[in-house]
Design a protein around this ligand. Sequence first.
Ligand code: ATP
Length: 450
Amino acid sequence: MADLMEKIVSLAKRRGFVFPGSEIYSGLGGVYDFGPLGVELANNIKSAWWKNIVQERDNVVGLDSAILMNRQVWHTSGHVESFADPLVECKNCHSRFREDTLPKSRNCPTCGKNNWTPPRMFNLMFKTHIGPTEEEADETFLRPETAQGIFVNFGNVIDTMRVKLPFGMAQIGKGFRNEITIGNFLFRVREFEMMELEYFTYPKQAEKDFEYWKKERMDWFVGLGIDKKNLRFREHEDDERAHYAVKSVDIEYNWPFGGWLELEGIANRTDYDLKQHAKESGKDLSYFDEETKEKIVPYVIEPSLGIGRAMLAFLIDAYEESDAPTAGSPSAKASGDKRGETEKRVVLKLDPRLAPVKVAVLPLVKDAKLIKIAKDIYKDLKKEWNVMYDEVGTVGRRYRRQDEIGTPYAITVDFDTLKDNSVTVRDRDSMEQERVKVSEIPNLLNGKLL
Ligand code: ATP
């Protein structure tokens, strides 16, 4: 299983999904850069989330609040005091770990000894300063969650959008956490993008809405292709919950490195944040209920997911290796295709909505006439989708390259195209090819890719 992680990390680097951050300077712990295919995949994950959470609902609106916030926000929210993890140091080799991530044996993952300092709480927020002086009054933090930007804008949205309880505010943005123990690739990093929904509801309806969002969020992962058997819910114990939550349930994924661990967190944050901010800012952050003529401070249900962690789960779940017949179109022999033989095929069976490249356009061989037609098709499709053109190597090799990055369809222009203006469209998963007229390609793809 650990082997699978190595393959994913290697594929991600080799094919331009994920690069180690600041790599030419030996990297930076817990920081990664998304390459050309990674940024496409991340954008597709974000679009799928936004469509599901904001666009398709009547009662959820979007927001994009600033990363830097008045330092008072973080004092009021309790993050300065409580957003901390227990840090222990190995007395033998001085490696530092988050205590709750130690193995069951409690042996040091670096040197194997079991001799720890007592735990001390380590705050995960990155400090920074605003303006030219580095005095405490100018100090603030890089946000560790986007949620506070939503809470401080609660009044603005109520005043401008005529929203009615229950309603949600959603945003996607960067978060920063100075994690003690990083590792497992994108699973735990120090800078990451998050997708968060704060769903404001009547306090008496909060438990029901919590269950609703659990189901919605689980269905979202399954709907985008993650195998149900690799997902489960786990409720937090009393001593695990964040300082603001009365109930937290994780959607866990069965990771190849550590087994069942958090993929997404869903928390009932009650009215904690709005009440705290109302108290400290002196501003009224309540909601006036027209029906009962009462002021209410709503409860909040929060599903929160990191894009990198989601990307890792989608990549792992989509990764498949098999022995497959060497690839080829009916007339592929001409390009050196060894028909009847098998070879290892690596394929990312990503949902077409997530796939970084939707279609590859390939001339069967480097023939000027085929290249011209293939490039015309490529240019045309590019207006609508992210499309790749490739003429390098045998067509079989080119299919494999597209399989490995999860491209759902490949269009091949061959010598028959010159006669009847038709091409083959190959399906990544079944490897079946159908012959269609060039003019029919957009229609066919519209049906397959939406
Ligand atoms: P963990 O217990 O794994 O540290 P957490 O409970 O602190 O996570 P939440 O505060 O619930 O995490 O964060 C919401 C989501 O943001 C997580 O479910 C995860 O998808 C993502 N996330 C949190 N911390 C990180 C991180 N350091 N690296 C990548 N993603 C993260």
